[in-house]
Write a protein of this length. Structure first.
Length: 130
C-alpha cells in the first residue's frame, strides 16, 4: 500500500517536472520578445506596386521603397527595422515613426537636435530639413 502511494507521488512529481521543463524550453515557452524580421520580409510588400491596404474605406497603395541605389549604400548591410525601430510587427500601421538615425549616429543626432533645423522640426515644422 505504501509503495503504491509512493509510486503515485513519484508520477505526479515527474509530470510536474516535465511540464516545468517544457515550459522553460524556448521552443515551447511563450515570450514577449519581438521576432526580428529581415529586409526581404519588408521588401516583399514595399517593392510591389500592386500591394494595397484599405484606409478609410479606400484602397491605398503601400509606400514603395526604391531598392536600386540602396544596394550600394553603406546601410544595405542593415535590416529595415535596425533603423525603423518603431516597427514591431510585419503588418504594421501606416503611421510609423521615422527612422531612428541617432541609434547609430549619436553625435550627428545631437548636432541636428541642437541646430535650427532640429529645433524647428521638434516644434512641428514638417518642412524643416532632416
Amino acid at each position: 500500500m505504501n509503495f503504491s502511494r509512493w509510486q503515485n507521488n513519484f508520477r505526479s512529481l515527474a509530470l510536474v517536472l516535465l511540464v516545468v521543463f517544457f515550459a522553460a524550453t524556448p521552443g515551447f515557452a511563450a515570450t514577449n520578445a519581438v521576432e526580428k524580421f529581415s529586409s526581404a520580409d519588408c521588401l516583399d510588400c514595399h517593392t510591389d506596386p500592386k500591394n494595397t491596404r484599405i484606409v478609410n474605406g479606400e484602397k491605398v497603395a503601400l509606400a514603395l521603397f526604391p531598392t536600386n541605389g540602396f544596394k550600394k549604400s553603406v546601410h544595405s548591410a542593415l535590416d529595415c527595422i535596425d533603423c525603423h525601430d518603431g516597427i514591431k510587427e510585419l503588418v504594421h500601421d501606416k503611421n510609423v515613426p521615422p527612422p531612428n538615425c541617432a541609434s547609430c549616429h549619436e553625435k550627428e543626432g545631437k548636432d541636428y537636435a541642437g541646430s535650427i533645423h532640429g529645433m524647428s522640426h521638434k516644434m512641428g515644422a514638417s518642412g524643416a530639413a532632416q
